[in-house]
Design a protein around this ligand. Structure first.
Ligand code: SF4
Length: 255
C-alpha cells in the first residue's frame, strides 16, 4: 500500500491528502467501532510501534505534492494513526517539505500518553472522536481494547483540549444506539469547548443504518450555541485523486 492517498473530498476538511502511518492491509486500531467502514479490526491494540519508514513516506509525499494540490494533509489511514510510534518524526519531516496544515483523525484513546500529546501539539487540526456519554455505550459502540476506559478517555480529551492551541474539533457519530443521548453528549461537548462539533452518521456502507436528515437535524438542536457542522448539510469539494486504486482500498474509511 502507498503511504499517501487522495486527495479525498472531505465534508469536514476540504481537499484532504491522506497520510497512512500504518499502511496495513487489515485495520489496526484500539477500537472496533460497530459502524467502522473498514470492517472488523484485524489487530486491536493500544501498543504503539513503527509501522512505516519515514523516508519512504516523505518520498511518496514529495511526489504527491508535485502532482496535486490539497487544503490539508491528514494523518488517517488503515486504523488509529496515534498508534504509530514514529508519528512525531513523521510530523517533523512533513513540516520540512510543506506549509499545508496538518490534521489528524483520531479516536482519542491514546491521549493518556505524553509522547502522543506532545506530537499532537505540533499539528494544526485535531479531530477527536467521542460517540458515547457513558461507559456502557462506549463499550457497546466503540468496543475498545482492554485497558481503555470511558471516564479516563473523556478526562484526557478535556486535558488535551486545554493544552492545544490549534483547531480542536469533536467528531460524534450518531446512530440508533446513541441517538437518545444527544442531550448528554451536547452537555459533554460544552464542557470540552471544542472549536467545532462534527455531527455525523454512518453514510457509507457498513452494518449500521444511518439516521435520516430529520433525525440528525433534531439531534443538532441539542448542540445549539456550539459551532456545529453536519454531514448532511456540508458541501464537499471536487477532487481529482492521484491513484483511484488507493482510494478504492480505503474507500470506506471515514474522512
Ligand atoms: S471508526 Fe476509526 S476508531 Fe473506530 S474502529 Fe474504525 S478506524 Fe478505529
Amino acid at each position: 500500500m502507498k503511504h499517501v492517498y487522495g486527495p479525498v473530498s472531505s465534508w469536514r476538511l476540504g481537499k484532504s491528502l491522506g497520510i497512512d502511518l500504518l499502511c496495513s492491509p487489515g485495520k489496526i486500531c484500539s477500537f472496533d467501532c460497530i459502524y467502522c467502514q473498514l470492517e472488523k479490526t484485524e489487530r486491536i491494540t493500544k501498543q504503539r510501534q513503527d509501522f512505516v519508514k519515514i523516508p519512504e513516506l516523505i518520498e511518496d509525499l514529495k511526489k504527491a505534492l508535485k502532482e496535486t494540490t490539497s487544503d490539508v494533509v491528514t494523518l488517517s489511514g488503515m486504523g488509529e494513526p496515534t498508534l504509530a510510534k514514529n508519528m512525531s518524526e513523521a510530523i517533523n519531516e512533513i513540516r520540512k517539505i510543506t506549509d499545508i496544515p496538518i490534521a489528524i483523525l483520531t479516536n482519542s484513546t491514546l491521549f493518556y500518553d505524553r509522547k502522543v500529546i506532545d506530537s499532537l501539539k505540533k499539528i494544526d487540526i485535531i479531530v477527536a472522536k467521542l460517540d458515547a456519554p457513558n461507559s456502557e455505550l462506549f463499550q457497546k459502540i466503540n468496543r475498545p481494547v482492554k485497558g481503555i476506559a470511558f471516564e479516563q478517555t473523556l478526562e484526557n480529551i478535556k486535558k488535551l483540549r486545554e493544552e492545544f492551541v490549534g483547531k480542536f474539533a469533536l467528531q460524534i457519530m450518531f446512530m440508533n444506539e446513541n441517538k437518545e443521548y444527544a442531550k448528554e453528549l451536547a452537555y459533554i461537548a460544552r464542557e470540552i469547548k471544542p472549536d467545532e462539533v462534527q455531527i455525523n452518521t454512518p453514510t457509507r456502507p457498513c452494518n449500521i443504518k444511518p439516521l435520516s436528515v430529520a433525525e440528525l437535524d433534531k439531534i443538532e438542536e441539542h448542540f445549539a450555541g456550539l459551532n456545529n457542522i453536519s454531514v448532511y448539510h456540508s458541501t464537499k469539494p471536487k477532487t481529482n485523486p492521484l491513484d483511484k486504486i488507493e482510494i478504492f482500498r480505503r474507500r470506506r474509511k471515514e474522512v
